[in-house]
Design a protein around this ligand. Structure first.
Ligand SMILES: Nc1ncnc2c1ncn2[C@@H]1O[C@H](COP(=O)(O)OP(=O)(O)OP(=O)(O)O)[C@@H](O)[C@H]1O
Length: 310
């Protein structure tokens, strides 16, 4: 658990983070969103002591971060930045093995871990472990950056715009990978992002910042349905909010009974995806299958009700 209490950071006369109190539960993703300059990066960097707070406290699993040597803290927490931050003159394997090496793991254990992580991120170890960062695409480098941060099995991962520079397709894949890895290892993740769609997709909770202050911290559905201020409402975007609400759950969570014909939709599809499919195929309803077995239907009427202001 990360407990941020009344934290303040002032640079000369400017307050970058202004009395923020925020608790991040273990095994969850907290997405920090806000406009440029709202203090997200500064807040993130106070968690691993890259930035020294002016006042307030941060506890990680009950321990004040100021009581732990900064190097020990940073080895315990993964940190990923935009543009990956890989060492350019080290191979991919050396980059991924950095923290395990610092922690004194033996060679064979490091090698196994590096190969396991490269596999996990769909980078064939035989092909990639001895390459240099410059011999990878931007998307591959970014995935190596995430693999490196996970190398020593940290239970906390701090991520600052990790996918900001990727094209939409690569970005979508990287987001899915991160979601799967988080679900598998239960890592607690603090993710700074400009992108509300990314925050809604990945965040169990979304923390909205403006001018150094925390305006609201709540699950995505609540941020969409009950924004605490006009700024939060504007950030969520009023034109898209019905679709954003539909993107939060799958058809499998809202199976209807009835008859429908045509190609079936998979129960794991989001409600938003189903809505789009129904409009596109000109149908009022479609059968739903789970593991190939028909379990019910999804209808435009049903989706319309689910998209309405709760
Ligand atoms: N080292 C520094 N010295 C002086 N001012 C700083 C420093 N770091 C950040 N700031 C200021 O603190 C404020 C918050 O910056 P921060 O980088 O935390 O915002 P952000 O929300 O992460 O922005 P972005 O999304 O653009 O990265 C800004 O006004 C910035 O200019």
């Amino acid at each position: 658990m990360i407990e941020i209490e009344n934290i303040v950071k002032t640079f000369r006369d400017a307050t970058a983070v202004d009395h923020v109190t925020l608790t991040i539960e273990p095994h969850t993703i907290c997405a920090l969103v806000g406009t440029s300059g709202s203090g997200k990066t500064t807040l993130l960097r106070m968690i691993n002591r890259l930035v020294q707070p002016t006042s307030g406290s941060i506890r990680v699993d009950g321990q004040d971060v100021m009581s732990v040597p900064a190097y020990a803290l940073r080895r315990k927490m993964g940190y990923v930045i935009q543009g990956h931050g890989l060492f350019p003159h080290w191979t991919i394997a050396q980059n991924v093995g950095t923290v395990p090496g610092l922690l004194g793991w033996d060679r064979a254990k490091i090698d196994r871990r590096v190969d396991e992580l490269l596999d996990l991120f769909q980078l064939d170890p035989a092909t990639y472990r001895d390459r240099m960062p410059a011999q990878l695409s931007g998307g591959q480098r970014q995935r190596v950056g995430v693999a490196r941060a996970l190398a020593a099995e940290p239970n906390i991962l701090l991520m600052d715009e990790p996918f900001g520079a990727l094209d939409p397709v690569t970005r979508g894949r990287a987001q899915e990978e991160l979601r799967a890895i988080q679900a598998r290892f239960g890592t607690t993740i603090v993710l700074v992002t400009h992108d509300m769609d990314e925050a809604i997709l990945l965040g169990h909770r979304i923390a909205v910042m403006d001018k150094g202050r925390l305006l609201q911290c709540a699950p995505p559905a609540e941020i969409i349905a009950r924004p605490a201020t006009d700024f939060v409402r504007e950030l969520v975007g009023t034109t898209d909010r019905a679709f954003r609400l539909l993107s939060l759950s799958t058809i499998g969570d809202h199976i209807e009974q009835g008859e429908a014909s045509g190609d079936p939709l998979d129960a794991n599809m989001t409600l938003r995806g189903a809505y789009s499919e129904l409009l596109w195929s000109g149908r009022k309803a479609a059968p739903v299958v789970r593991d190939g077995v028909r379990v019910g239907i999804v209808s435009l009427d049903g989706l319309g009700q689910l998209a309405a202001h709760p």
